[in-house]
Design a protein around this ligand. Structure first.
Ligand SMILES: NC(=O)C1=CN([C@@H]2O[C@H](COP(=O)(O)OP(=O)(O)OC[C@H]3O[C@@H](n4cnc5c(N)ncnc54)[C@H](OP(=O)(O)O)[C@@H]3O)[C@@H](O)[C@H]2O)C=CC1
Ligand SMILES: O=C1O[C@H](COP(=O)(O)O)[C@@H](O)[C@H](O)[C@H]1O
Length: 504
């Protein structure tokens, strides 16, 4: 379908026009734990329009209990005080509508239900549809919305659609999904969400790089030895066996969250902070990545072990998981970005479940100084390189490690840290990443969302690895103990280059 341009709003204009947010999959985990708390946080910050409603859609008839259940999610999941005076007026705007996703009559009634709300609330036909459903329903729901005349924006208004991840399972399925969705929606109506882009600390990578004069001049192959990106989780698969069996760590986290973070770390400065400019630069990074030989990858699966002092079962013993499963719960790889800035600088990326701790971080390791004047005075006999750690979660912050003179009559050197903490500087935030993205989607600002070509490009990089892994069953699974830092083959990936993962 032809594309038109929605322009991103400036900060001063960040309250969206009156609208209804319609969440498909409203009785699901994501809606309760993340989406309703995020919408409520927007309300608390006066970032929702006065004329507004949230309509949850799922198949069971939950009209009698839905609002109370969501309120419970906001209080528990959103850390909101039950006595908060904004809660009641917000909950009054939360409605429920029951239909099967494949029921045409249900969609026709939904359309009338929404039109009726428009009449009562003054929401003017503006819609944000959120598809918080299993991926097999994405295209179906979008097509049914179009069939029942719900995808055309009112004059001067908007109809936008957020689509959850996973956006496809490989290149072919991503292309198919894109063409199905693009056949009923304009590209600028489609908001492919990656909640990592809603995280303050991920957005701050761009501010850190391009909002300061200090760092960008050294952000290249002349000064940087290598970059590591880690998305480590201590949790297991949390009862999501059937989903995880078909996904694995590469599809679940590496292809999307980690590749998005990588693009922010590696991209050239965009000529503005508008969607098209930012997306163009991200795409250039992914396109410049060399095909990844399978020898530059490592995969693992956790066996039983101890996490946070608790004994935990192995992946193959989890509920609804094949006892001989070959699904990876850990994936790592070495990437090379063949462009002027990054040629020769390896990017090592990894993601895994049941690792030693929950930490997401970008670690930038700088080259050694050209001359080691203080080599013989270093505390451990070697000068440590400067390391910059962009800690995305938890303990959000930035740490720079450098050598300092140990006080005393001799010139001894020891690595020390300079640290910036978000919590100390700005107070603790209860934002979960979805606030910003929901707001942007209501405003029509796609800067922090994935677009068609980007999704297909990252899948094009990852699909050959998935195919190679599928062709060779790993004989050594499970190959790491829960509560450790993953399989030995991932350490070997760096050891071959004379490096090791930075301790986190
Ligand atoms: N949960 C999370 O933290 C995250 C989830 N996601 C993605 O978000 C999406 C939703 O996840 P999640 O909330 O966990 O999923 P759930 O399985 O918890 O919820 C699925 C929802 O879809 C509804 N549903 C399923 N089939 C039908 C149908 N045929 N007709 C009508 N309603 C139907 C269910 O309704 P009913 O209860 O009536 O059956 C339920 O509301 C997925 O794509 C997932 O990958 C992404 C990142 C994180
Ligand atoms: O999308 C997903 O992300 C979560 C990790 O998100 P975080 O915000 O807690 O870091 C992951 O647990 C889940 O498996 C995956 O589907």
């Amino acid at each position: 379908m032809p594309e038109t341009t929605q322009s991103p709003a400036a900060n001063s204009e960040r309250v969206p026009d009156p609208c209804i947010v319609v969440i498909f999959g409203a009785s699901g985990d994501l809606t309760k734990r993340k989406l309703l708390p995020a919408l409520f946080h927007l309300k608390q910050q006066n970032l929702l329009p006065e004329d507004f409603s949230v309509v949850g859609v799922a198949r069971r008839d939950l009209s009698a209990t839905f609002a109370a259940d969501m309120q419970d999610g906001i209080i528990k999941g959103g850390g909101v005080d039950a006595g908060d005076s904004t809660l009641k007026p917000f909950m009054d705007k939360v409605k429920y509508f029951a239909t099967e996703f494949d029921n045409d009559e249900g969609f026709e009634k939904l359309k009338a239900f929404l039109a009726d709300l428009d009449g009562q609330l003054g929401t003017k036909g503006n819609r944000l549809f959120y598809l918080a459903v299993a991926p097999e329903y994405f295209a179906d729901i979008a097509q049914r919305l179009q069939k029942h005349g719900m995808t055309d924006a009112p004059e001067g208004g908007f109809v936008n659609v957020i689509i959850e991840k996973p956006f496809g399972t490989d290149l072919e399925s991503a292309k198919k999904l894109n063409s199905e969705i693009n056949s009923v929606l304009k590209e600028n109506q489609i908001f492919r969400i990656d909640h990592y882009l809603g995280k303050e600390t991920v957005q701050n990578i761009l501010v850190f790089r391009f909002g300061n004069a200090l760092f960008e001049p050294i952000w290249n192959r002349n000064y940087i030895d290598h970059v590591e990106i880690t998305a480590a989780e201590s949790i297991g698969i949390e009862g999501r066996g059937p989903f995880y069996e078909t996904a694995g760590a590469l599809r679940d986290v590496l292809q999307n969250h980690v590749m998005e973070v990588l693009s922010f770390v590696a991209m050239e400065p965009p000529d503005s902070f508008e969607a098209a400019a930012v997306r163009t630069e991200k795409l250039k990074v992914w396109k410049a990545i060399d095909p990844i030989p399978v020898e530059n990858t490592a995969r693992g699966q956790y066996g039983e072990g101890t996490v946070d002092g608790q004994k935990v079962i192995g992946y193959r013993q989890e509920d609804r998981v094949n006892p001989e499963s070959a699904t990876e719960t850990y994936a790592a790889m070495k990437l090379e970005i063949e462009n002027w800035r990054w040629a020769g600088v390896p990017f090592y990326i990894r993601a895994g479940k049941r690792l030693a701790k929950r930490v997401t971080e970008v670690t930038v390791v700088f080259k050694q100084p050209p001359l080691h004047l203080f080599k013989n005075n270093a505390k451990d006999g070697s000068i440590q390189p400067n390391v910059l750690q962009l800690r995305i979660q938890p303990d959000e912050g930035i740490t720079l490690t450098f050598g300092a003179k140990i006080p005393g009559p001799t010139t001894n050197v020891k690595p020390v840290e300079m640290h910036f903490s978000y919590a100390d500087a700005f107070g603790k935030s209860s934002a979960n990443g979805y606030e910003r993205l929901l707001l942007d989607a209501m405003l029509g600002d796609g800067t922090l969302f994935a677009e068609r070509e980007g999704v297909e490009t990252t899948w094009a990089l990852m699909t050959p690895i998935l195919e190679a892994w599928a062709a060779t069953k790993p004989a050594d699974f499970p190959n790491y103990e829960a509560g450790t830092w993953g399989p030995k083959c991932a350490d070997d990936l760096l050891a071959r280059d004379g490096r090791k993962w930075h301790e986190l």
